[in-house]
Every structure is written in structure tokens, then in C-alpha cells.
Write a protein that binds this ligand. Structure first.
Ligand code: HEM
Length: 453
């Protein structure tokens, strides 16, 4: 403790009086991880903010940490990303999602750039048709069932839309198997986050990771042989070259696909689940969404006509519902970085090697930034009162490249959901499972009824 204190004093002098914020470390080594995982991020942050202010000291993920929950600090950390902060995952999570050393930083950066580019390109518009097809496929099975578990359905939907975008593959027993395998990865991460022990579900996840990677290798090799007219992200990545003009290898591609599916499918499924939950709980807003979507459907000549790009950009009210759901549900509640040098952020010392945890979910739910923050009120996103304290996808150079795809998926889903079905929750009370992303406990079973057209 003495040497730690001394080294901080040196840093304090070097950083012109910057000081560690108030806070608590609770138990040595374990720190406050258990409390965070038991309480959930919202309560953890609000309790500490009440005692110490919006920036406080804690100890989570095995490291001393500065937790901060302001939009300004979030922008500062994420915008200066490359220089002073590095992406951080605890070792157990890192072994489930990180690239192996054989994938060079340069290649990784190039692949990420092509992913970002294609998420802004024609490819994205072309994928409306696939999102349309997949949504109808998922929702058509509801006809035959008296009730469905919402989260199972939104997982199927989200996985297949992102999978189609990534590989050009339509739903099949092979894709269903991979979806199932991915659920073990999510479970492994959720459990290792909460319990700090690498138990059965973690080891199972490591095995599943291997199986998924092998499946991706087969998919890459197959796609090289059978090119299709309809382009996918994999086709674009296959053309990526490094500075020496060498093309990306198949094993690098398999990791890129693995990472993209990991980043994209579970998070989207969680968002769609909350869309169903919040709309079900707010019938008046549901009616407004339905009015907007009925107008679009009525303009179609045949009931089989798919949605077009023009339809997608003509859904302003439904778009605010998606933003409000992202604000209130907080699919990602914090973003973590490691300081790679000592930093003085407005008088707060962030020592080298410490973590910075950016509590985006906490400022989304704070009355300091959003009036009546716990109320589901999409109108807060109508111009000109658009909130600025809103970063569900992060910000700066690592801001989520998938956000436009998510928006398209969500709009297509809501269109078919509200024009085809009414639903009600089977349980009157539902808790929340927070890890690794918050979901309604039990996955929200609902009773569905087909609407008369
Ligand atoms: C509701 C759905 C989603 C949410 C809330 C979400 C949120 C985020 C956030 C907060 C980050 C930034 C993390 C950081 O800076 O450390 C991120 C990064 C990322 N997301 Fe998403 N995401 C979603 C869907 C998707 C989808 C559909 C895809 C791909 C198809 C995707 C691909 C990625 C990738 C590849 C990164 C890493 C970017 C980088 O490291 O430069 N995400 N996402």
C-alpha cells in the first residue's frame, strides 16, 4: 500500500495536482466486482454517484478503476482512444472473443475499415430485402403457436439477419446450429463476468468457439468456390490486401466473421426484446407506431410486397421508439478502457494501467440529462429537443459500425410485428437478468393473436 501511495504521489506531482476521485475498493483483489454484478449497473452507479459524484474510484474486473458517467468524459476517453487508452477485456472474456496473435494489427484495422465502409454502402440497402425475408420467416411461425418466448424469437431473427449480411447465407440447419453454438459463448461470458470463476459454462464456451471457428473456415472456403451475385461482407473482406499486396488469409477471415457475429447478433436480439416489452407496456405509443406502419402497408399493391429503402426512411416515429428503447434498456451499459499512460482529465488522475469504465447507461437514466428518465417517452427524440447525452453505440473511432444495420433490422421487425400481431405478456411481473446484457427474466413469454386484415 505504501509503495502504491508513493507512486501516486509522484504521478500527482507530474500531472499538476490531478487527484484520484473519491470511492471505495471494498475487498482487496475482488474489489467491488461482486457488488456490481449482483446489483446490476444501474443501482451500482446510482448509489456511488449519490456518495461520490459522477466520477468515482472503484475496483472491478480485477483492476483499480476510475468509473465515470458523463457524456463529456465518454467523448474524451473514446475520442483520444488511439493515444492514451486501449480496449480492455478481462482475460476470461478476452480468450473467448479476441483475435489470436496470428492476425496482425494492420490486417485487423483494414478489415474493420471495410466493415465500416460496407455498413454505410449500397450493401446495407440491398440487405433490406434479406431482413424482410427473414423477419417474415420468423414471424410466420407464430401463427401456429398459442404463445412464444420473445427472446428466443428475436435471437433467431437477429442472428440470421447479421449472418446473411456477413456471409450471404440464408437460414438452414447449419445456421441454426451455429446460432445455438453462439448462445454458449454468450452464456460463458455472462457467467464468468458474474462469478469470477471459470466453471463448466466457460469451458463449454471455449469448446464451442472452436466449433464455430471451424464452421466459419468451411464457409469461407465454400464461398471462394461459389461466388454469388448478391454480395456479402465476406466477399468484400476477401479482397482486402495488406501493404505488400497480400490478400487476407482464410484463418484471418474466420476470426473476423466470428467477431462480427459475436458483436452483432446478441446485442440486436436484446434490443428487439425490449422493443416488444416497452411497446406492450405502452399501448398508446404502440398505436402510434401501428398507425405509421399501417400507412406504409396500405400503399403496397400486394400483401407480399417487401419493404423498400423509401419505406425505411419514412418511419420517423418508429425510429424515435428505437432510440428511446436504446436509452432506457441500455443493451450496453458501460464501455471499458485501460489507460496506457498517466492522464489528467479535468483534475482527475487516471493512472497508467488503471481501467476507465464509462457508464453510458447511467447518464442515459439520469435526471441530470433526461427529464423524467424512467418514463418511456419517444417524443424526447423528436427534433429540436434531440438529447445529446445519448451514446448507446459509443462514440469516436470505435463507435459501433453495426448501428445502421441495427436500425434497418429493427424497423423491418416492428413493421411486420405491429401490422400482423397483437400480443400480451403472460406474466404480470418480470425481473431483469443483467449479464452480459440486460434481458427480461424468462425471455418474456407472450400470447400472440393474428390481426384481421
Ligand atoms: C443494439 C445493437 C448493438 C449495440 C447496442 C451495439 C453497441 C456497440 C458499442 C457500444 C460498441 C463500442 C464498444 C467500444 O467502443 O468499446 C460497439 C462496437 C462494435 N459493434 Fe456494435 N452494437 C450493436 C449491434 C451491432 C451489429 C449488428 C454489428 C455488426 C453486424 C456490430 C458490430 C460491432 C463491431 C464490429 C464493433 C467493434 C468496433 C471497433 O472495435 O472498432 N454491432 N457496438
Amino acid at each position: 500500500a505504501r509503495s502504491r501511495k508513493n507512486s501516486h504521489n509522484v504521478q500527482i506531482n507530474r500531472l499538476h495536482g490531478a487527484q484520484l476521485p473519491k470511492g471505495s475498493w471494498s475487498l482487496p483483489w475482488i474489489g467491488e466486482s461482486f457488488t456490481l454484478y449482483r446489483q446490476g449497473p444501474s443501482k451500482f452507479y446510482s448509489q456511488r454517484i449519490a456518495s461520490y459524484g459522477r466520477t468515482f474510484r472503484t475496483h472491478v474486473m480485477g483492476r483499480p478503476t476510475i468509473a465515470t458517467s458523463t457524456p463529456e468524459a465518454t467523448r474524451f476517453v473514446l475520442a483520444t482512444e488511439q493515444k492514451s487508452f486501449a480496449v480492455f477485456y478481462p482475460p476470461s472474456i478476452s480468450s473467448l472473443i479476441s483475435y489470436p496473435p496470428s492476425v496482425s494489427q494492420e490486417m485487423k484495422a483494414r478489415m474493420m475499415k471495410t466493415t465500416r465502409d460496407s455498413m454505410r454502402s449500397e450493401l446495407l440497402r440491398d440487405k433490406i430485402a434479406a431482413a424482410d425475408r427473414i423477419t417474415r420467416w420468423v414471424l410466420s411461425s407464430w401463427d401456429k403457436q398459442p404463445f412464444v418466448v420473445t427472446f428466443q424469437e428475436t435471437q433467431k431473427l437477429a442472428f440470421h439477419v447479421v449472418f446473411d449480411f456477413a456471409t450471404g447465407m440464408t437460414p438452414s440447419p447449419e445456421t441454426m446450429q451455429m446460432m445455438d453454438d453462439y448462445s454458449y459463448i454468450v452464456k460463458g461470458i455472462g457467467t464468468s463476468m458474474q462469478f469470477n470463476v471459470l466453471g463448466t459454462s466457460y469451458h463449454m464456451a471455449l469448446q464451442k468457439k472452436q466449433q464455430i471457428l471451424e464452421a466459419f473456415l468451411r464457409i469461407v472456403k465454400r464461398r471462394r468456390l461459389q461466388k454469388s451475385k448478391e454480395k456479402c461482407q465476406l466477399d468484400i473482406m476477401m479482397e482486402v490486401e495488406n501493404d505488400n499486396g497480400e490478400k487476407i488469409s482464410d484463418d484471418q477471415l474466420q476470426f473476423q466473421l466470428y467477431g462480427m457475429m459475436f458483436a452483432g447478433s446478441h446485442s440486436s436480439a436484446v434490443l428487439f426484446l425490449w422493443l416488444v416489452k416497452f411497446l406492450g407496456d405502452n399501448q398508446q405509443i404502440l398505436q402510434q407506431v401501428k398507425a405509421e406502419q399501417d400507412t406504409i402497408r396500405r400503399r403496397k399493391i400486394s400483401p407480399e410486397d417487401p419493404l423498400s429503402w423509401m419505406d425505411i426512411v419514412n418511419m420517423p416515429f418508429t425510429s424515435t421508439v428505437i432510440q428511446e428503447t436504446l436509452r432506457l434498456a441500455n443493451v450496453v451499459s458501460f464501455i471499458t478502457r485501460e489507460a496506457t499512460e498517466d492522464i489528467n482529465y479535468e483534475g482527475v488522475l487516471i493512472p497508467k494501467g488503471w481501467l476507465v469504465q464509462l457508464g453510458i447507461g447511467s447518464f442515459h437514466l439520469s435526471p441530470e440529462y433526461h427529464k423524467d428518465p424512467l418514463k418511456f417517452d419517444p417524443s424526447r427524440f423528436q427534433a429540436p429537443a434531440k438529447p445529446t447525452a445519448f451514446s448507446p453505440y459509443g462514440t469516436g473511432p470505435t463507435m459501433c459500425p453495426g448501428r445502421e444495420l441495427v436500425k434497418i433490422e429493427a424497423l423491418v421487425f416492428l413493421h411486420y410485428l405491429v401490422t400482423t400481431y397483437s400480443w400480451e405478456s403472460i406474466r404480470s411481473k418480470n425481473g431483469i437478468d443483467y449479464w452480459p446484457n440486460p434481458i427480461v427474466k424468462g425471455g418474456l413469454p407472450i400470447k400472440v393473436s393474428k390481426l384481421m386484415t
